[in-house]
Design a binder for this molecule. Structure first.
Ligand code: GDP
Length: 196
């Protein structure tokens, strides 16, 4: 797949505004600051793409990018800023849950976690949802360059032993947008999900 072909398609604030439910889709989720934009930029080789998702007014929306008419990348709203009101968190949770449970073309979720702060409340919530709807999940331990290799590997192993208790397919890898590590591994995963 040529991920560089990714182009902004549309934004949605709820399920009914999403593009027609056909083809194959992969969604990117993460707490704010987990490195989601950087990962999307690295994957697609385009700074423009994730900036689109950070445009004021679009940060709370589900942003769709098309690679082809049958393949899309989906940037789910960032989550976890302490200042977000409780009511907004509930709204966001509701729409995410709707999207995850209803979307037929959704083939898998990429969940970004800062390698230094994995498994926060939001991460566990996404992992449990994915598990309950048997949705494949791929975890990126981002900013892996922030740790020495041994410590990064240890974090990876620890998470791998934890995900062993989930019954849906979960995989995990190290990723660094800064050092461009883990990009090929991510591309292989996504290509499989997007049926290429
Ligand atoms: P988002 O809020 O999840 O979209 O996160 P961003 O991609 O905007 O990244 C949040 C912060 O982490 C920014 O200051 C980035 O420069 C930094 N960051 C993202 N990826 C990496 C990485 O691979 N290595 C390092 N060292 N910093 C990163």
């Amino acid at each position: 797949i040529n991920f560089q072909k990714a182009q902004f398609l549309t934004s949605a604030s709820n399920l009914s505004q999403c593009p027609e439910d056909i083809g194959y889709e992969v969604a990117f989720a993460g707490r704010s600051n987990a490195g989601k934009s950087s990962a999307l930029n690295t994957l697609t080789g385009s700074k423009k793409l994730a900036r689109t998702s950070k445009t004021p007014g679009r940060t709370q929306l589900i942003n769709f990018f098309s690679i082809s008419d049958q393949q899309r990348l989906v940037d789910l709203p960032g989550y976890g800023y302490a200042k977000v009101p409780e009511e907004m968190k509930k709204q966001w949770q509701y729409h995410l849950e709707q999207y995850l449970s209803q979307r037929q073309c959704l083939m898998g979720i990429v969940l970004m976690m800062d390698i230094r702060h994995p498994l926060k409340e939001f991460d566990l919530m996404v992992m449990q949802w994915a598990n309950s709807c048997e949705m494949p999940l791929h975890i990126l331990l981002t900013k892996a360059d922030k740790l020495k290799y041994g410590a990064a590997k240890q974090a990876l192993n620890k998470l791998q032993s934890i995900i062993g208790s989930y019954h849906n397919p979960i995989s995990v890898q190290l990723f660094s947008a800064l050092k461009k590590t883990g990009v090929d591994e991510l591309r292989v995963k996504l290509s499989g999900w997007l049926q290429e």
